[in-house]
Design a protein around this ligand. Sequence first.
Ligand SMILES: Nc1ncnc2c1ncn2[C@@H]1O[C@H](COP(=O)(O)OP(=O)(O)OP(=O)(O)O)[C@@H](O)[C@H]1O
Ligand SMILES: [Mg+2]
Length: 294
Amino acid sequence: MEQIIQKAATLVEAFPYIRSFRDKIVVVKYGGSTQPDEGGSDTILTDLVFMETVGMRPVVVHGGGKEISRRLEEEGVESSWVNGLRVTDEATMRVVEETLFGVVNRRIVEGIEELGGNARGMSAKDAGIMRVRKHCAESEVNGPTEKVDIGFVGNVETIDPEPIRHACEALMIPVITPIGMGPDGKSYNVNADTAAGEIARALQAEKLVFLTDVNGLCRDPDDGETRISTLHVKDIDELVVGEIIRGGMIPKVRAGERSVKGGVTKTHIIDGRIPHSLLIEMFTREGVGTQIIQ
Ligand SMILES: Nc1ncnc2c1ncn2[C@@H]1O[C@H](COP(=O)(O)OP(=O)(O)OP(=O)(O)O)[C@@H](O)[C@H]1O
Ligand SMILES: [Mg+2]
């Protein structure tokens, strides 16, 4: 009996959150690092359908780093790197687009539909959602003064949130592939965290959540106990210079910084490997992961 009453208490605890997030846009960056391999399943899609069912407007921006590396290897396309960025020539970009939009996006859309939700897969290249300019990397040898062409890698120039909003209004969960259109009409790859941050900003989302494979931002990424539960934007530079924030965590934190400065009320980095971490973040008092604040 007590257990059943406890269940009711859980629902009651969720009540104010359900009410305050009614009709509010929540952008969820679904990291490639937390996506199950083909045929696998996780609780994230269930949580998204739940959110939509209780009246929120979730928007998914997905990554797919793991899957891209696997497919490039399968196809025998070799990669080189400049300052942590993959040099993306035409052959690489083709595999990136086929994988992200053709495989990962489809998998998420189908997963949502299977759970009884409605989803609309969209590439940010379409309908003018994301326009980009070419990114020029800094030379590893000669530093910031020398720029290196790394191919089809884009920096976000503009976001048109209207096509995304339309999908939300039609009660569909937009599932967005972070590929942008360059001035030459070609596809450019954009870091999914960066794209999620810009999209959240353009939508003036209530919340932006990064689902990844660590327990938030940690002083030591191998030790979950060293998690920083609240990160003030003013402290970010120091943590990047001190190399506490490294690699894949840099675009997340920078995107979080830009979005909170740009009017997104709340930004969180949470562990997508924990079952229902999204529901826990959305509907309970417990703070999980790292919250980025002004
Ligand atoms: N201070 C830090 N705290 C936690 N993780 C960190 C930190 N610095 C670097 N990282 C790394 O960032 C990684 C998460 O970023 P990563 O780009 O690998 O995954 P993702 O963004 O979730 O997936 P994808 O890029 O495919 O969308 C962690 O696995 C961790 O190794
Ligand atoms: Mg990443």
